[in-house]
Design a protein around this ligand. Structure first.
Ligand code: SAH
Length: 343
């Protein structure tokens, strides 16, 4: 069956025409799904019952179910565990900032990228999410919190570029003026660095931010942390980032997780500066978040500050990412596929 929440308004209009329905029904259905965020055809009160029943028979209707919500006592961050139609589980995180609410969504159930410091990849990849399953994490959280979401980051479990077509459709629907209409500029997609898909994304000429998980300054070091580095070199990645900027005019974000004694030395800072100084970019330093299966330790406060200072002295824009929701395992790299307590 077709997944109705993954269809664009244009596609939905064609569907209605094929059914012999008036095309304005498409607009109504679309609005119920993507603006009013209803969870079933039953709630679509201005659609005739016969059409609702027909839709029920002919389409899948994605509505993720909340299984659990944990709220951080430190910063009010909320982590949601959602169940998908086939019983699989994904996590999403809601963060409140001064400038608005941000949601971090998952793009896959599990992940196959194998980064050494990340919990999301421990059990491998189960499957990719559909566009509607990505959207519905945001819709569900909007309903549950009763607050508008202004920023979306695709930084939860999964590698978005490993689910490219669904990601693109998700981005189209999310930023569509007939839907939730989140500004493209308020959307960030983070990748471990799949070069062909990054190039493809550049050609779409969207105004979203592309974030690259760099984490190391030499191929050798990067390979120890991220298996994907065996496939694409840092050199290729830098060229691809320059290309992204050239095509979109959007500044690249580099994510750099600081691991004590591994990638936080003076030399690392110098090498990082040399790599990126000619790129229009922003660096996001992430003190590595501990996961119990690995023994990576965070760099000390002084090392982090020194690293940041060095970059800044060289005119590089840097922020240290606040560790939102660490007490609920909601921070970067702490989302996971298996929910031990529930099994
Ligand atoms: N697959 C995508 C998006 C998910 S991860 C990617 O790799 O970019 C979001 C960010 O958190 C990435 O930069 C990732 O490398 C980082 N990350 C993963 N585990 C982490 C950890 N334990 N501590 C800090 N950052 C981590």
């Amino acid at each position: 069956m077709k997944d109705i929440k993954s269809l664009t308004l244009e596609e939905l209009k064609r569907e209605m025409e094929e059914m012999g329905e008036k095309s304005f029904r498409a607009k109504q259905l679309y609005e119920w799904m993507h603006v009013k965020l209803v969870r079933s055809f039953d709630e679509m009160t201005n659609i005739p019952l016969s059409l609702r029943e027909r839709c029920e028979r002919e389409y899948d209707f994605t509505a993720v179910k909340q299984v659990r919500m944990q709220e951080s006592a430190i910063d009010g961050t909320k982590k949601y565990l959602f169940e998908l139609g086939d019983g699989k589980l994904v996590e999403s995180v809601w963060m409140k900032y001064k400038h608005g609410n941000s949601v971090c969504i998952s793009s896959q159930v599990g992940c196959r990228m194998g980064c050494a410091f990340c919990a999301s990849t421990l059990d491998g990849l189960e499957r990719s999410l559909t566009p509607s399953e990505m959207l519905d994490q945001i819709y569900a959280i909007t309903r549950l919190t009763g607050e508008r979401v202004s920023n979306v980051v695709v930084m939860g479990t999964g590698e978005p570029m490993d689910n490219y077509d669904n990601l693109l459709r998700f981005l189209t629907l999310l930023t569509d003026e007939n839907g939730l209409h989140i500004s493209q500029r308020n959307v960030t997609v983070s990748t471990c660095g799949l070069v062909p898909q990054m190039r493809q994304l550049a050609q779409e000429q969207l105004q979203i931010t592309l974030a690259l998980s760099l984490h190391a300054t030499t191929d050798e070091k990067r390979r120890r942390l991220m298996p994907v580095a065996n496939k694409y070199s840092i050199q290729e990645l830098m060229e691809t980032c320059a290309y992204y900027f050239q095509k979109t005019g959007r500044r690249i974000t580099f994510e750099y997780s600081l691991v004590g004694g591994v990638n936080d030395t003076d030399e690392d800072a110098r090498e990082l500066i040399a790599l990126i100084k000619d790129l229009n970019c922003h660096v996001n330093l992430i003190p590595v978040n501990p996961i119990k299966e690995r023994n990576f330790v965070q760099s000390g406060g002084e090392e982090i500050a020194a690293f940041k200072n060095k970059l800044e002295k060289n005119g590089i824009n840097v922020t240290i990412r606040r560790e939102m929701g660490r007490d609920i395992d909601g921070a970067c790299g702490q989302l996971r596929r298996r929910q031990k307590a529930l099994q």
